[in-house]
Design a protein around this ligand. Sequence first.
Ligand SMILES: Cc1cc2nc3c(=O)[nH]c(=O)nc-3n(C[C@H](O)[C@H](O)[C@H](O)COP(=O)(O)OP(=O)(O)OC[C@H]3O[C@@H](n4cnc5c(N)ncnc54)[C@H](O)[C@@H]3O)c2cc1C
Length: 421
Amino acid sequence: MGTSPSTRTDVIVIGGGIGGLSAALALTRRGLRVRVYEQAPAFGEVGAGLQLAPNCTRILDHYGLLKEATALGVLPETMVMKDAVDAGELTRLDLRDVERRYGHPYLVIHRSDLHGILLRACDRAGVELLTDAHCTRYENIDGAARVRFADGGADEAEVVIAADGLHSVARELLVGDEPVNSAYVAYRGAVPFEKVTGNDIHEKDVVVYVGPRCHFVQYPLRGGETFNQVAVFESPKALAGEDDWGTPDELDAAFAGTCDQVQKGLPLMWRDRWWRMYDRDPITTWVTGRIALLGDAAHPPLQYMAQGAIMAIEDGWVLGEHVAAQRAQRTEDGSGVDWDRVLAAYEAVRPEHCRRVVTTARAWGELWHLEGVRRLQRNALLRDRGVHDYAFVDWIFGPTALTPEDEPDMFRPIPLDSAPL
Ligand SMILES: Cc1cc2nc3c(=O)[nH]c(=O)nc-3n(C[C@H](O)[C@H](O)[C@H](O)COP(=O)(O)OP(=O)(O)OC[C@H]3O[C@@H](n4cnc5c(N)ncnc54)[C@H](O)[C@@H]3O)c2cc1C
C-alpha cells in the first residue's frame, strides 16, 4: 500500500514500538480503523528483558493477553535489593503479596516476546501495519491531521498518535527541547540459563545490586530458560564530554569494586552494543490540534522504575477508554468520536502521572548510585523499611487513573472491568 494509501483511516499511529502497537490495539478494540507506520523494514524490538508491574499486567489482562504473556514470561517470587559492594540484602518486595494487593501479577518478559504478542493482537484485530515508512513531518489540517514521509508520500486521519520514541519528530511541534544525557549507560545480556548455574544467583527472583555510580539487575526469562542481566554505570568519558563513551573498558572499571555475585555475571554481558541513557524534562502539553504524543515521545524516563514501556501501554489504554466513553455519549447523532474531548481527557490525566514517574526515576537513580557515607546511610534506611510497606509503589502499581485526582467528574470515568467492548 505504501505511504500514500487510497483509503482513509480513522487514526494514524507513527511508530510500531510497544507504545504504538498497544495504542493501535486499544483504539481498534473500540471500533476504530487504525493504521501504524513504522520506519524500520520490519516490526521488532531489540534488547532483553522487561519488568511489567501490576499496573501493566492489569491492562494486558483487560486486552485478553495476560495468559499468553505469562506463558512466555516468568512470575518472579521476590524482588530483592542488595548492596553491590558487600552483597548484603537491603530490602525486598514479596511479589506474591504484591499480586494479592493489586489484583494482578508482577511479570518479567523478553521485550521481543511482548512486542510479538502486541503485533499478533494488532494483526488479529485488523490494524493496518506498514513498514519502511519514515515520517518526516506532522501537520494539523481542518478537523484532522496529516503526516508526510521521507519517500514523498502523505496520509491523513482524524487523529495522529506520535509514538515515535525518544527522538520524536512530533515533539518538536510542542517544545524545542533535547534529550537529557544522564552520562549513564546500560549493558544487557540474555543468556541460556545453564550459563549461570553455579553463579550464586536467585533463580526465581528479580535482584538489583545497587552500588557506587552503578547497579546490576538479574532475573529469569522465558519460563526460566533464559537469564537476563543489565549492568548500568556512570561513564567518566561522558562526564568529560568525550564522544566515544560507554565502551567496555568503562564497564569493567565501573564494576571493579563489586561483590563476587556481580563479578560472576559481568562476563556474560553483550559487549558489542550498549544503550546510552537519556530522558527528557517532563512536559505537560502533549496534544496540539489532532496530533498527540504517546510513550517515550511524550515522557522518556531513565529506566530505574521500570515504567517506561508500562506508561506507554497505559497511555494507549486511557485513550481507548475515553474513545469508548465519547462514542457511548454520541451514538444517537452517529457522528463518531468527539476527539477534542478524548484528547483533552488524555491530556488532563496522563502528563502529571508521567511527570512524577520521570522525576522519581531520576531521584531513585541518585539514591541507588550513592557512595561513601551516604551509601551507608541509604542502606540503613532501606533495611528499616517493612517488607509490606507499599507507600512508595501504591501510586504506581494501583489502577491507572482516567480522570485527574482533583477533578474526578471532569471526564466520565469508566471502571476497568465494566468498560464496554
Ligand atoms: C536498559 C533499559 C531497560 C528498560 N527496562 C524497562 C522495564 O523493565 N519496564 C518498562 O516498562 N520499561 C523499561 N524500559 C523503557 C522502555 O524500553 C521504553 O520506555 C519503551 O520501549 C518506549 O516505547 P515506545 O514505543 O514509546 O518507544 P520506542 O520503543 O522507542 O519505539 C518507537 C518506534 O517508533 C519508530 N519511529 C521512530 N521515529 C519514527 C519516524 N519518524 N517514522 C516512523 N517510525 C518511527 C521506531 O523505529 C520505533 O519502532 C527500559 C529501557 C532501557 C533503555
